[in-house]
Design a binder for this molecule. Structure first.
Ligand SMILES: Cc1ncc(COP(=O)(O)O)c(C=O)c1O
Length: 415
């Protein structure tokens, strides 16, 4: 009689997750009503926007925060304000969300991918340095799932080659490196308040910086290119309209009052999983280096060791874990350099215009990133991390159970 639910055994869990997501309640309702009841129309980013920017800057521990409509435009604006433009190259990881190369293209610059380190899922400093040339203008340091990039190395390289250091912390709000919040260590940081992020207003984004010049230029790019000096109609750069409505700002303000609790809950869940999985031979939780003084665990990431699993592929293992009534995933299904935007036949003219030279993205190889997405990474989604303790323990139990009965999977082949 089989033990694994995949073959008819009793599953560990039957009722799925039980987290309420987004974590919106009366506080967000009151915030929205406050805007309606204010009786004033929005001008600029409005009173709620101004207040949220002050509150966010204080929470982040930096001088300035600027709200925008999302975390993609934040990065395009930040790059433009940082002097990145046509023909300039920006180094980024190949394993991240499409918004990253898109924002570079929106600044009319060239995405240059550098391989990542498996231990933190982020840019490998040696690979960054190997890709720097006379056209390189910026590094986009992306921190995924709350796990910080090696910020010591990124700062050192940016300073050595005089590059703009943009931190994409869409997935790492609240994570810290040496006691400083991510996003405030490089020249400029970018946050997203999209529905899958730690704090959410549905959509929304913010730029953070200590640099007044950068802040002022970002403000111009956010609002029609206005200089905010002299006449109201002095427009000086090719900005757009990236201001969020006051409803978004009001919801963000409510979310900021809860962010500590949301991150604390994720940390409790991560700790439970760390403990439950410590003795599972083929699973290794990501080890955070001592410089990481806080991790916001947007998701929980593990490494799978196929050899320790007797050759059983990760996908087979994960399928069996899911069959136990729980859920694990693999992060991104494809590397960015292989996507149609970068490698496909689409919009050849656009590509030639953007890149100014032929870059054969499709044939580039990133062995660390490739291995991670194909064989190694296993993730637990935030909807589980935010569920009650039993749900989190059931994920741990499902993984332990599959590990203990792995022999049953020996004839399975990955889908
Ligand atoms: C790593 C990363 N960067 C940037 C973004 C873009 O943010 P937005 O969806 O707010 O444009 C996202 C998520 O959506 C993301 O996961």
């Amino acid at each position: 009689m089989s033990k694994l639910a995949l073959y008819g055994g009793k599953p560990v869990r039957t009722e799925g997750t039980n987290s309420k997501w987004p974590a919106w309640d009366d506080l967000e309702k009151e915030a929205l009503c406050r805007v309606i009841d204010s009786g004033t129309g929005q001008y600029g980013i409005g009173e709620e926007g101004v207040k949220f920017e002050e509150e966010l800057a204080e929470w982040m521990g930096c001088k300035y925060a600027l709200l925008t409509i999302n975390g993609t435009e934040t990065m395009a604006i930040a790059l433009k304000a940082g002097g990145v433009g046509p023909g300039d190259e920006v180094i980024l990881p190949p394993m991240t969300f499409i918004a990253c190369p898109l924002s570079i293209l929106l600044a009319q610059a060239i995405p240059v991918f550098a391989d990542i380190s498996q231990h933190n899922l982020a840019l490998d400093p040696a690979e960054v340095e190997a890709n720097i040339n006379g056209n390189t203008k910026a590094i986009m340091a992306v921190s995924l799932s709350g796990v910080p990039c090696d910020m010591d190395a990124m700062v050192e390289i940016a300073q050595k080659y005089d590059l703009l250091l943009l931190e994409d912390i869409a997935q790492a709000q609240g994570s810290e490196w040496r006691g400083k919040k991510l996003g405030t260590i490089g020249d400029i940081g970018s946050l997203s308040f999209h529905g899958a992020k730690t704090m959410t207003s549905g959509d929304g984004g913010a730029i953070v910086t200590d640099d007044k010049g950068l802040r002022d230029l970002c403000q111009s790019y956010r609002q029609f290119g206005s200089t905010f000096e002299g006449s109201e109609h002095d427009y000086a750069v090719t900005g757009g309209n990236y201001r969020p409505s006051e409803f978004v700002s009001a919801v963000c303000r409510a979310q900021l009052t809860k962010v500590h609790d949301l991150i604390a809950k994720r940390n409790e869940s991560a700790q439970i999983l760390d403990e439950m999985l410590a003795e599972v031979p083929m699973i290794k939780a990501l080890e955070l280096p001592e410089q990481v003084t806080a991790c916001s665990y947007l998701g929980y990431v593990m490494h799978y060791d196929q050899e320790a699993a007797g050759g059983i592929h990760r996908n087979v293992f994960a399928k069996a874990v899911c069959a136990e009534g729980t859920s694990v995933g693999f992060g991104y299904p494809q590397l960015l350099n292989e996507m149609p935007l970068m490698a496909g036949p689409m919009r050849e003219r656009d590509k030639a215009r953007f890149y100014g030279r032929k870059i054969d993205y499709a044939s580039q190889e990133f062995p660390q990133a490739r291995d991670l997405i194909d064989n190694v990474i296993i993730t637990v989604h935030q909807s589980w991390l935010l569920s009650d303790e039993q749900a989190v323990r059931d994920i741990g139990t499902a993984i332990q159970k599959v590990a203990e009965n792995i022999e049953e999977l020996k004839d399975e082949t990955p889908d």
